[in-house]
Design a protein around this ligand. Sequence first.
Ligand code: SF4
Ligand code: FES
Length: 373
Amino acid sequence: MTAQTMTAPEPPLAMLVELTHRCPLRCPYCSNPLELERRGQELDTAAWRDVLDQAAALGVLQVHFSGGEPTARPDLEDLVEHAAGLGLYTNLITAGVLLDEARVGRLSAAGLDHVQLSIQDSDPAESDRIAGYQGGYRRKIAVAGWIRAAGLPLTLNAPVHRHNIERLEAIIALAVELGAERIEVAHVQYYGWGLKNRAALIPTRAQLERATEVVEAAIERLKGVLVFDYVVPDYYAHRPKACMGGWGRQFLNVTPSGKVLPCHAAETIPGLAFERVTERGLAEIWAHSPAFERFRGTDWMPEPCASCERREIDWGGCRCQALAILGDAALTDPACGLSPHHDALVALAEAESDREPPAFQYRRMTRPEPVEA
Ligand code: SF4
Ligand code: FES
């Protein structure tokens, strides 16, 4: 064992809690795995409370309640209240369509700190088509109003792809109109359902460049009004992002059944076994699980990462992307211009985005799962 792996890691900054994989929407870029966990596998309220206790003890500062659709769980208020009582910063990542005004009020009273509401498009019909859910857009607009009326800070999450990229100006204007303080303009990342639908979603390089101009101009124009987070698509990048801030460094993800993952797509990597928080303590998993150890730090890196000056900046990029594109999670992310496979990735992106997009393959359970309204 090297000196680096013997040192206990710093505690994670944030924990993404996937309360459920159930969701009334069917977005074709959902980052959930293709094999969705079912309702009968979900942790119960007491088990989630215990996860939150363990997270606070470990030193986690932020909890992101996510899914699927976290509001499909009737115990969300209870869990928010529990997390807030532990001094954790609580964020709700929601599609919004199951919320009503009273529930937004209850979540606020329970101590919720922040809401991220997804929007699929500024055009109502297109928004509903992309989400695969009729009436969703209208509901989301109402929900945004209730969130603001409850005094909760609002971020609009706007995934961008070739079906809505031409309306990016209008999507930004909608964020201002809805009173959002922040917008996340995130080009779709190709994991989970997004990878399955890549050919339908990937923009052309010209569309990306135009979108970047739109965002840069809006950042200037809307200073003091709207804060921007801009996530560019890796396939056209020169250097990769530090996925999750580096494997096993800042972030952990707990699935509905309690599996603890370094990132939401980690289960796609063959040969890694992920432990359940019901079977081993969160702190133990974080510090010692072989799956977390596998790509933590820099010891695992091949060239060109091993001798690269950016190796502790981007941590070699994304393991799941290396697997998805190259079939080997232990290679340099091909989004990096220094990877010998980068040119092939760019060629793939250009070829796919040049063709007519195929129909969406909508996210689905193999049989429908009920969600509480
Ligand atoms: Fe990052 Fe590796 Fe590329 Fe260097 S070679 S920039 S460490 S991905
Ligand atoms: Fe798994 Fe990037 S999504 S490491």
